[in-house]
Structures are given as structure tokens and as C-alpha cells.
Write a protein that binds this ligand. Structure first.
Ligand code: SAH
Length: 445
């Protein structure tokens, strides 16, 4: 049944206007350098740089994590709070903004898991860091196309977003303006109804989302969380900190902590082989929360991001107007990001759930049937420009030189999703569990 439905969704020819793709995040540029700084370079009013300089003068260097948190989510001047430039006209482009097919295949993944888990009569779709809301919009379109399948299921959407500006953009995109602030005593700060009639709620923190059977989604979310950076030296591990450059006014630079810091003690493993390590404790806390919730209430989580399995070193970088940007220059005016360490995420689940992946985006999308979907869209498009656009966005998502290899998919699933709890006792008594789509081929019968 799952397969027939997936086939129906993949073959559905409905198409909106293709999105115009532009370059994704460029590959990481290795560096550990002084910022170009200066308000002229900022193009902004430099308020965040002034605020940081005052703080550094008063209390000394800060960790990279503290710097990154201020630069991205300072309530008044943070990049996401004020600018949040995702998309063609912004600073960076993401897969859902490149092609609707991306979100549609993810929508099919959730339906396939919902069916494999015995079609519970209610589920929450919880997205962390929804950006412009495009991914949720594409997923909800698939849910709507397959409404006959979901007709007896009570679906609600829960978005975790720190940026009021992006929250508003999401609300306009998803509800067409049908949203309202929630009363102060409610955990959500805003609520609305999707164009297809599904209730949507907004929160600042995953902890505010009600418990219950949930499908979680984090696309390019974990890479935006603050990292600590460590450097191996002759005297042992030292933490990389951010300080004012004494030679140039209002310019920031990296320095090393004179001795070990609490974070160094906590996050560097004795067996570590690399000379430079980045750790994102906030990602660890959030993945642990997701694992606990899935263990207790059921569901699944799909994490998609660029990253590595505990092998990379210096991946901290900035993007502005689709170009690499010095991370210490003009804080608050550029997106700052670091590759996700999937080995750390896996470790932090503490085996509360099964983990799958990371696997490369091109493998995941291929397994989900992207080629068939492309064929259908190409057959249904009348003009050459649209066909070229479709092929170009396919290339952006799938080509190893573009996003195909550097982006990965990683999933958390309850243990019983992959192994029958009583299989050990009566191995022959149970039918085999369906394979998890994306990580295995979605077989279309
Ligand atoms: N998922 C979207 C957007 C990625 S950008 C896409 O792929 O297009 C990162 C998103 O995470 C933004 O929406 C940003 O505002 C949000 N974000 C960043 N830090 C956050 C935090 N600590 N809590 C909640 N949302 C956060």
C-alpha cells in the first residue's frame, strides 16, 4: 500500500512554477584568521559589532559558541532575527528553495513511515528552523494530495523558530495570513491554519512543543547552532576564543585560551586524533530531547544537513550574498555555519533510538524516487525553459559537485521500527518489517 501511494504521489504531474536555483553554500574554506571587521565592510549599522566590542573590553574574550549565538540570534541584531536571508535574493540557498521535488519526497518519507508504524490516528509534524516555510509547504501539499490516506489521521504542524521575522514569513507562506498571536499562557507564541486546513503552531524551543506521537524534521538547522572550537597545541588542547584585535579598532580576531577551559575538559575525548575539533553541545542537547521524545511517545526524526562523521576539522564559515564571508567581519550581517558532526549526534542519542545514516543526499533522494518524479515533471512541461530549469535544479540537488555528496540524511527511529521486540523468542511468528524508505530503495510496485 505504501508503495502504491508513493507511486501515485510521484506520478502526480501537478507542478508549481519551478524555483530559480542559485549556488548553494560553497565548500568549507579552511581558515583561522583575523576578521576584516569594520562597519564600512558591514553594510549594516555595526550595532552588534559595537555591542560585542563593549562586552569583550569589559569581560575579555568569549567562546566561538557565544560569538556565534550573538551573531545569529541576538534578539535585536542577530542575523536570523533581523535578516535571515534564505533564498535567491538572500545570502544562501537551500534544497527546498531549489526544487519543490525535495520537499515532496520528504513528505512521502513521513507518510511511508506513518504507514510502516501502523497508521497511528494522530501525529504532529515538528520542524526545527523552518526558514521561509517552503519545506513544510511542500510536505503539506503531498499530505493534501494523499488526503484519502490520511483522512482518519489528525495531523498538526509545530514549527520551532527563534526568529520573529522568519516566523512571520512562514506564517504568510503557510496560512496565507490566517494566523494570530497566542495568548500569553499558551506555550506557542503564534498559531494559524494552513491553506489545506491543518492547525499550525509556532514555538521558540522544542521543549514547548506538546508531547505526543511526532515526526521531526531538521533541515539545515543543526549547522546554525553555536559551536565550540578547540586547537591541539604543544601544551595540550586549548579553546579558540574571539577577542578584539589590539592593533585595529573595532576588529575581531581569534585567540587561543591561555589554559584549558571547562569546555575543553568536557568535550575533547582522550582518544581524539585530530588537531582541530568543533563541538556543538546545543545540537547534542536537542538531539537527546528528540531521542527521548521518540522513545517515549513514538515517531521518527529526519535530519538533513552538510556534515561529517567525526572526521572534519575547521568547517566554521560565513555566507553573505551567496559568497564566502569572513566569520568575524560585520557580525549579524552574514549567515554563520559549521558542518554537523553526525557521530556526535549519534552518540548523544544514547541508544534511546535506532539511528540510520548519515547517507549522501543523492543516495537518499534516488532511493526516494527522484528520477521518476523528474521524468513525470519533464513529460508534463510544455516549454524548454521549464525543462531546463527542472534539469538544472535536479543537478543542483544530486550532482556530487553541488549538493549531492556534501549533504547527508540521518534518521532516528524507535528500536521496534527495525526489530520486532519479541523477535528473539519467536523469530518465525512475525512478518518482516518494511524497510525504511530513503535509506533503502522505495520499491514501486
Ligand atoms: N530549514 C530551512 C532554513 C534553514 S536556516 C531551509 O532549509 O530552508 C536555519 C533556520 O533555523 C532559520 O529558520 C533560523 O531562524 C532557525 N534557527 C536558528 N537557530 C535557531 C534556534 N536556536 N532555535 C530555533 N530556530 C533556530
Amino acid at each position: 500500500m505504501v508503495l502504491l501511494l508513493a507511486r501515485r504521489a510521484l506520478l502526480a504531474g501537478r507542478r508549481r512554477l519551478p524555483r530559480a536555483p542559485s549556488p548553494p553554500h560553497a565548500p568549507a574554506a579552511a581558515r583561522l584568521c583575523s576578521g576584516a571587521g569594520g562597519e564600512a565592510a558591514a553594510g549594516g549599522d555595526g550595532a552588534l559589532l559595537r555591542h560585542l566590542c563593549r562586552k569583550l573590553r569589559a569581560s575579555g574574550p568569549v567562546t566561538v559558541a557565544e560569538y556565534m549565538r550573538e551573531a545569529l540570534t541576538n534578539p535585536a541584531q542577530g542575523y536570523y532575527t533581523r535578516r535571515g536571508g534564505i533564498g535567491e535574493s538572500g545570502d544562501f540557498i537551500t534544497s527546498p528553495e531549489i526544487s519543490q521535488v525535495f520537499g515532496e519526497l520528504i513528505g512521502i518519507w513521513y507518510i511511508s513511515e506513518w504507514m510502516a508504524m501502523g497508521k497511528p490516528n494522530t501525529f504532529q509534524l515538528v520542524e526545527l528552523g523552518p526558514g521561509r516555510g517552503t519545506l513544510t509547504e511542500d510536505i503539506l501539499r503531498v499530505f493534501n494530495q494523499l488526503s484519502s490516506v490520511l483522512s482518519k489521521c489528525d495531523v498538526s504542524v509545530h514549527l520551532v523558530e527563534v526568529s520573529p521575522k522568519l516566523g512571520e514569513i512562514q506564517a504568510r507562506m503557510l496560512t496565507g495570513g490566517k494566523m494570530q498571536p497566542s495568548p500569553k499562557d499558551e506555550s506557542a507564541y503564534m498559531k494559524g491554519i494552513s491553506k489545506t486546513g491543518i492547525p499550525i503552531f509556532w514555538y521558540r524551543d522544542i521543549q514547548d512543543v506538546p508531547s505526543g506521537y511526532s515526526f521531526y524534521l531538521a533541515h539545515e538547522f543543526f549547522d546554525a547552532l553555536p559551536i565550540h572550537k578547540f586547537q591541539r597545541t604543544e601544551k595540550g588542547w586549548r579553546e579558540v576564543l574571539v577577542d578584539i584585535d589590539p592593533e585595529v579598532p573595532d576588529q575581531l580576531r581569534f585567540v587561543l585560551s591561555p589554559s584549558s577551559t571547562p569546555a575543553t575538559e568536557n568535550f575533547i575525548q582522550p582518544e581524539e586524533m585530530r588537531d582541530h575539533v568543533e563541538v556543538c553541545p546545543e545540537a547534542g542537547v536537542i538531539i537527546q530531547r528528540l531521542a527521548c521524545r521518540i522513545e517515549k511517545d513514538g515517531g521518527a526524526a529526519l535530519v538533513a544537513d552538510y556534515g561529517h562523521d567525526g572526521t572534519k576539522t575547521d568547517t566554521f564559515r560565513g555566507f553573505r550574498n551567496h559568497k564566502l564571508h569572513d566569520v568575524l567581519s560585520a557580525p549579524g550581517t552574514a549567515d554563520l555555519t559549521a558542518d554537523v558532526d553526525f557521530s556526535y549526534l549519534r552518540k548523544m542519542t544514547q541508544e534511546r533510538t535506532t539511528t540510520l545514516g548519515p547517507i549522501k543526499q543523492r543516495e537518499f533522494l534516488k532511493n526516494m524516487g527522484i528520477d521518476l518524479r523528474l521524468q513525470v515533471l519533464l513529460q508534463n512541461s510544455r516549454d524548454t525553459a521549464t525543462r531546463e530549469q527542472l534539469l538544472h535544479s535536479y543537478d543542483m540537488l544530486m550532482n556530487p559537485e553541488n549538493m549531492g555528496d556534501c549533504f547527508n540524511f540521518f534518521a532516528l527511529l524507535p528500536h521496534h521500527r527495525l526489530v520486532h521486540p519479541d523477535k528473539k523468542d519467536k523469530p518465525e511468528s512475525k512478518s518482516p518489517l518494511p524497510p525504511v524508505a530513503g535509506f533503502n530503495e522505495l520499491l514501486l510496485k
